[in-house]
Design a binder for this molecule. Structure first.
Ligand code: SME
Length: 159
């Protein structure tokens, strides 16, 4: 399945450099293809917060304050963070009380971090190691095709 998704995402982003345009199609496509995902979307670094970007799912928290929650853990570690049960993650930020597991992938290009892709599920233990590594590849395809410096300036990235 991920091989197909990679080819589809490549074809969606290959001719466009604008991150918001590419990210919008990216989340739309994955939301329609991946099973048991309640929310998928981007949070982008803006000053000292992560500010919401293109997403699919219910309205969510707009600003995630520094060093709190799963998304900031991924920014600080610059690594994928997979949480089987969000209720056991001490600083987890609740945007939808029904969410139970979460996967966060950092957006890194040329060693610079711009934000994260966040996926939530109502299932416990929804995400596997296979999801982590393949979603990282999909995110890398997106950031490599997109002008990340422009979105960093637009969102007011200083971190
Ligand atoms: N749970 C995230 C906040 C974002 S929402 O899940 C959409 C966190 O702890 O960073």
């Amino acid at each position: 399945m991920y091989e197909e998704l990679l080819a589809e995402i490549e074809s969606l982003v290959i001719d466009e450099k604008n991150f918001v345009a590419n990210a919008s199609n990216f989340v739309s496509h994955l939301y329609s293809k991946l099973e048991n995902i309640s929310w998928i979307g981007f949070y982008l670094l803006s000053g000292d917060v992560l500010l919401i970007g293109p997403y699919q799912g219910k309205p969510a928290c707009v600003r995630l304050h520094k060093n709190m929650g799963v998304c900031w853990a991924s920014v600080n570690k610059r690594e994928v963070v997979r949480v089987d049960n969000v209720h056991e993650f001490p600083t987890h930020i609740v945007c939808d009380a029904e969410a139970n597991s979460e996967l966060v992938i950092p957006l890194i290009k040329n060693g610079v971090i711009y934000g994260v892709l966040d996926l939530d599920s109502y299932l416990l233990n929804r995400f596997t190691e296979e999801d982590s590594s393949n979603l990282k590849k999909l995110v890398d395809t997106l950031v490599n095709a997109s002008d990340m410096q422009a979105i960093g300036r637009f969102y007011g990235k200083t971190y």
